[in-house]
Design a protein. Structure first.
Length: 227
């Protein structure tokens, strides 16, 4: 499908006019949406919308380097969108459809991504520090050298995810599925929370990661024995 080049100022106007279809839209790289005079008014407008019933669609859009901290777009559909190096700090992207999106190098610190579909997404070197990723689908995602320090990954699907070199210090892995994930060379794994309560199976590790995981699993209190 033909790409649609759009100035950033026009994007703000279209959103405020009620337009929701932005498939294949191309913004100029590194557009500072947050610096636009209408940004705060746009956020107020978006928070009043029924985002679940009438979802915004940015599938295959090119938004590389977009600067939009605190963006409010829960339930957005952005399949295969290019958000490389975007600034999305504290953005609300809960239950977003971001399958196969390019978020490499993106700043997603403190972002709300609970229940989001990030299957097969590219998140290499992204900063997901303290992000909410509860029940997010990260199956097959590329998270190599990503920062996940302090991220909440409760019940997240990380099956087949590539986590080589990723930092997991203080990441909470309670109930996270790590089957067939590649954990070789992960950093600060020993500082991850609830590592013993993650789900493993065919997980790829080196001797270092195996030792760390087996140690915490061995120390875990699995039973409350009473007479």
């Amino acid at each position: 499908m033909t790409q649609i080049h759009m100035p950033g100022e026009e994007l703000v106007k279209k959103i405020l006019s009620g337009e929701r279809n932005y498939r294949n839209v191309v913004l100029e790289d590194n557009f500072n949406l947050a610096g636009h005079d209408g940004y705060q008014g746009m956020l107020i407008y978006l928070r009043k919308q029924d985002m679940k019933k009438n979802r915004y669609d940015f599938s295959k859009a090119r938004l590389a380097g977009l600067k939009a901290p605190e963006l409010y777009l829960p339930f957005v559909i952005a399949l295969e969108a290019n958000l490389e190096s975007a600034d999305l700090r504290s953005a609300n992207l809960r239950a977003a459809g971001l399958g196969s999106a390019n978020l490499g190098g993106a700043d997603l610190r403190y972002a709300s991504l609970g229940s989001a579909d990030l299957g097969n997404a590219s998140l290499g070197s992204a900063d997901l520090g303290n992000a909410d990723l509860r029940a997010a689908d990260l199956g097959g995602a590329d998270l190599r050298y990503a920062s996940l320090g302090g991220a909440n990954l409760w019940s997240a699907n990380l099956r087949y995810a590539k986590l080589r070199g990723a930092s997991l210090g203080r990441a909470d892995l309670m109930g996270a599925s790590l089957g067939r994930a590649d954990l070789r060379g992960t950093r600060n794994l020993e500082l991850a929370l609830n590592l013993e309560h993650a789900i493993y199976g065919g997980t790829t590790v080196t001797e270092k990661e195996r030792t760390i995981i087996e140690k915490v699993r061995g120390e875990a209190r699995l039973f409350d024995v009473r007479e």
